[in-house]
Design a protein around this ligand. Structure first.
Ligand code: AMP
Length: 938
């Protein structure tokens, strides 16, 4: 028998375990005994050792043990057990095990619990140790056995030990349950957690974020049955201004910041910023430095840029190219952008002080900026669609992301004031067809959106669509409409219209297509006889001519109007007529010159002497020997050194114009020298120089017929030019050259370009007022009809042997006098018919003036009938003369050819230049002059 004592210490701490305290033991048969342990420390034990008697049933029960939330409790029993073999005489009754029971109960003071209420946990045997008693010495072997039991039903439980005949000493009983201890994982705190009821069960636990942190993802862990935390999920991040340190979030120290909830640490404040307190989420900028809303806190604080530098403007007509250099200081940023302010300025007087100042208003929305007006990254902008001859101020602002924050956006700018030049008109935007017939199309259009000056005329270019632009025709008109006739029926035509101002031609409009139809006549009125219409339309005036020739002698002053239309039509509708091309329409002036003028090798020119002074330099005479041709005399105009690009262009443009003409009464261009300097224009040599000087030199030395011959030559040259749609604008005796055979040739094709230079100034000062038609002076309507006016003046100059028109009247008086109806009187000994022709040329209404074709016809008649030149202003008409005067006036005005004997319809038509209507008349049955005479209006 041995004695042992069961002791139940108050607090024994196990890792991850909570020990449930055991109190007093309730026992029967079991004895409480104090013994010494191995180290001779006294301990209390409960012992039983009834091994000699059979059927033992000794119970030892604990006090009520509170469950304390545990679901599974562990019972650790330390005991000693005697080996039955070591006890003599106990065979059959001695046992080496005991049983462990439990009973759940809410009642903490149950005095009596039936044995059957206990549930057996296990039979506990000593694993290997049996306590032996050696001679003289006691060897105590302590067994430790742990059993676990699920206790979930009640608040607590009782444990009981059943002895069935063993020799046992219970040294200690420890009851505990396991927990997963409080822990911090991923910045989340997980509380002390009791493990689950089953050995395999996991308890899901939600963590809570530590101070100054926020959930990144719900923090979760599982508490295993063993009290180990498993599978951490999610977690928390330190708040802005805090960083993780040892599982907690600590504030960033001064000079550091943290902007976001992140697992990153605090960062040092970026350049030009600071933080003065712990826990900064952003660093404040130093004074004078700024941060844009979009700037990240990690970015250095920056400054607005300084102003753009070196703003350069280049004006090109109504466009301005602005270029500048980036600001000297970009403020530490790379987002500098530019915006343009456009102001349209006028000089005005200050209302109070009266002093002159530039008054500026914002430009309209029609101004175009390329690539843009604001948000520019590049340092170049093309501003277009500006008004011509207008002052503009452009302010270029430089901005960056902090300009607004700094409140200094407007300060960083640079400005420039420019004045736009003249510009060609913008293209006509649309063409409408107002009438269509088999052979004609009536078109109209609106003025271009941006005329950029007074429109002088429109040019209509058209061609059959199938022909493309291989062969086209051109018409010019002053109005915004035109009747295009002599077209092919049922044919599609393509039309382009462009406008011309003093600045030159604008771009052609885009193509507009219109088709003629199959209607033979325009719908002039109902019930009109179609045959009559045919004659009326196809040969406007034929019937009038016939009627007048046979029945009446007309004295109408508007005698040229109808026939002028004919002639215009004739000019434009003759597909064979070559059309003058304005060299200023070529972008590259060299292209025009090489298209229209021959390059001459300078070695083939031999200069002899200076014969005059031209606008661009000396005019010399000399000889030209081109290989394979005989040597000829030439005049050589050269461009003096130090010329500008524009002067070069203007100088060569005269050759480009002249080179397009080929007529005995137009000065002939031999070629140009452009490949070496000086640049030269070589023309045929005119021995007698300019006509005005020549006549003055030979005052009164020529017969009227000779003078008329000279005038005829000039008229012929001018007809040729007007047929080519070239308007000379400066027709005057000084610009006519005379050769040794008294042949007069039109020269000087430079005035149009002079006008283009500066319409405002040149127009009034350089325009040859005395030679110019009133509508050209007032409205700049330069046309072949205004050239006819000038021709009338030339006639007067010729007949008066180089007298100055209007003598010494000043220009203003001349303009006023013409306006009031005054016309130059007939020079001395001037045939009446010639003065009448002059007066016709000076008709106020330009449509009433004769055409060059008519003038030419008239002069031809006069030359063929010199008698008509006999009567001068000084003669008194007799009755017979009156007859002939009437006759001659008819010749001049309406029926020039009727006075000339003709023998057939064809001959007659040819003599009046309308031979193309021969077939039409023949088809209508008019084959003889007699039949024509029988033709009536009906
Ligand atoms: P322009 O530059 O055409 O006005 O010429 C100036 C002067 O040179 C004229 O007034 C003429 O006297 C003279 N001149 C020009 N071209 C010729 C020429 N082809 N033949 C003779 N003299 C000319």
């Amino acid at each position: 028998m041995f004695v042992s004592q069961v002791s139940f210490p108050d607090n024994i701490t196990y890792k991850h375990c909570v020990v449930i305290q055991l109190h007093v033991c309730v026992c029967l048969q079991w004895e409480e005994v104090s013994i010494m342990d191995e180290k001779n420390i006294p301990i209390r034990t409960y012992q039983v050792c009834n091994v000699l008697e059979p059927n033992q049933n000794n119970w030892l029960r604990t006090d009520w043990i509170p469950r304390s939330g545990a679901q599974r409790v562990y019972v650790e029993v330390k005991f000693t057990l005697r080996d039955c073999n070591s006890l003599p005489g106990v065979t059959g009754t001695c046992k080496e095990t005991f049983n462990l029971y439990y009973h759940e109960s809410n009642e903490d003071r149950e005095s009596y619990i039936k044995e059957s209420s206990f549930i057996k946990v296990d039979t506990v045997a000593a694993d290997e140790s049996f306590t032996q008693v050696d001679v003289g010495d006691r060897i105590m072997k302590l067994n430790t056995e742990v059993r676990d039991v699920k206790v979930m039903m009640r608040k607590g439980f009782y444990l009981a030990f059943q002895d069935v005949g063993a020799c046992i000493a219970l040294v200690s009983v420890r009851v505990f349950f396991k927990t997963c201890p409080l822990t911090i994982r991923n910045l989340a705190t997980f509380p002390d957690t009791v493990t689950g009821a089953d050995t395999s069960s996991l308890v899901e636990v939600r963590g809570s974020c530590v101070n100054q942190s926020e959930e990144r993802e719900e923090p979760k862990m599982y508490c295993g049955a063993d009290g180990e935390w498993l599978v951490p999920i999610g977690g928390c991040l330190c708040n802005p201004g805090y960083q993780e340190k040892g599982g907690t979030c600590k504030a960033c120290s001064v000079g550091f910041y943290k902007a976001k909830s992140s697992d990153a640490g605090c960062s040092k404040c970026p350049p030009h910023s600071h933080s003065l307190r712990d826990g900064a989420t952003v660093c404040d900028c130093h004074s004078g430095f700024f941060r844009a809303d979009s700037d990240p806190p990690s970015m250095a604080c920056t400054q607005p840029p300084s102003g753009p530098q070196q703003l350069i403007s280049v004006v090109n007509e109504t466009s301005v190219v602005l270029e500048w250099a980036p600001p000297r200081r970009l403020g530490g940023r790379s987002d500098t952008s530019y915006s343009l302010e456009c102001l349209i300025c006028q000089t005005g007087s200050h209302s109070q002080t009266g002093s002159k100042a530039l008054l500026c208003l914002p430009c309209g929305s029609d101004v175009l900026f390329s690539p843009d007006q604001t948000g520019l990254k590049s340092t170049r902008v093309v501003v277009s669609e500006l008004r011509a001859h207008t002052h503009y101020t452009f302010i270029v602002h430089a901005r960056n992301g902090v300009s607004q924050a700094s409140g200094a956006g407007a300060a960083q700018s640079v400005s420039v004031t420019v004045t736009t030049n003249q510009a060609a008109p913008s293209p006509v935007s649309s063409i409408l067809v107002t009438d269509v017939t088999r052979h004609s199309l009536s078109l109209s259009w609106q003025q271009p959106d941006r005329p950029n000056g007074v429109i002088l005329e429109y040019e209509v270019k058209f061609y059959e669509k199938d022909q493309k632009e291989r062969s086209y025709r051109i018409m010019r008109t002053f109005s915004r409409s035109v009747d295009v006739t002599a077209l092919n029926p049922l044919t599609v035509y393509v039309f382009h219209v462009r406008a011309r101002t003093a600045a030159g031609y604008g771009e052609f409009s885009s193509p507009f297509e219109f088709a003629t139809n199959s209607d033979p006549f325009p719908l002039i009125g109902e019930g009109v006889n179609s045959a009559f219409l045919l004659l009326s339309v196809s040969g406007v005036g034929i019937l009038l001519l016939i009627s007048a020739a046979v029945f009446i002698i007309s004295r109408r002053r508007s005698k040229y109007s109808k026939t002028k239309q004919d002639s215009e039509e004739e000019k434009h509708l003759n597909p064979g007529v070559k059309i003058y091309v304005d060299p200023f329409t070529y972008e590259d002036p060299d292209q025009a010159i090489h298209e229209f003028a021959k390059e001459i090798d300078v070695s083939s020119i031999h200069i002899e002497r200076v014969i005059g002074m031209g606008e661009f330099g000396d005019v010399c005479s000399g000889r030209l020997r081109v290989q394979g041709k005989r040597e000829i005399y030439v005049a050589i105009k050269s461009l003096k050194a130090g010329y500008s690009d524009k002067q070069r262009r203007d100088f060569l443009s005269e050759a480009s114009i002249m080179g397009q003409f080929d007529h005995p009464n137009i000065i002939r261009l031999e070629g140009v020298v452009t490949r070496c300097k000086p640049l030269m224009i070589i023309t045929e040599y005119m021995e007698n120089g300019s006509l005005d000087a020549f006549l003055r030199k030979h005052d009164g030395q020529f017969t009227v017929i000779q003078l008329v011959g000279m005038l005829r030559g000039i008229a012929s040259g001018m007809k040729y030019l007007s047929d080519m749609s070239y308007v000379h604008r400066d027709l005057a005796a000084r610009n006519i050259l005379v050769n040794s055979n008294l042949v007069c040739k039109v020269s000087d094709f430079g005035l149009s370009r002079v006008l283009e230079d500066d319409p405002e100034v040149a127009y009034t000062t350089r325009i040859p007022i005395r030679w110019t038609a009133p509508e050209a002076i007032t409205y700049r309507k330069f046309t072949s009809a205004s050239d006819v006016w000038s021709y009338g003046i030339v006639m007067w100059e010729v007949v008066s042997y180089g007298e100055r028109p209007y003598w010494d009247m000043n220009n203003q008086d001349v303009i006023k006098a013409i306006e009031e109806g005054y016309r130059l009187p007939a020079p001395m000994d001037c045939p009446v018919v010639l003065h009448q022709l002059m007066l016709d040329c000076w008709e106020r209404e330009r449509a009433e003036r004769p055409t060059f074709s008519q003038i030419l016809n008239m002069l031809d008649k006069l030359i063929r009938n010199p008698g008509t030149l006999r009567r001068t202003g000084g003669d008194r008409p007799t009755a017979t003369l009156l007859e002939s005067e009437l006759g001659s006036e008819v010749c001049v005005s309406v029926l020039p050819e009727v006075c000339v004997p003709v023998s057939s319809v064809c001959e007659w038509l040819r003599s009046i230049g309308l031979e193309r209507y021969g077939d039409t008349l023949a088809a209508a049955g008019y084959t003889s002059l007699d039949s024509l005479l029988a033709l009536t209006h009906q």
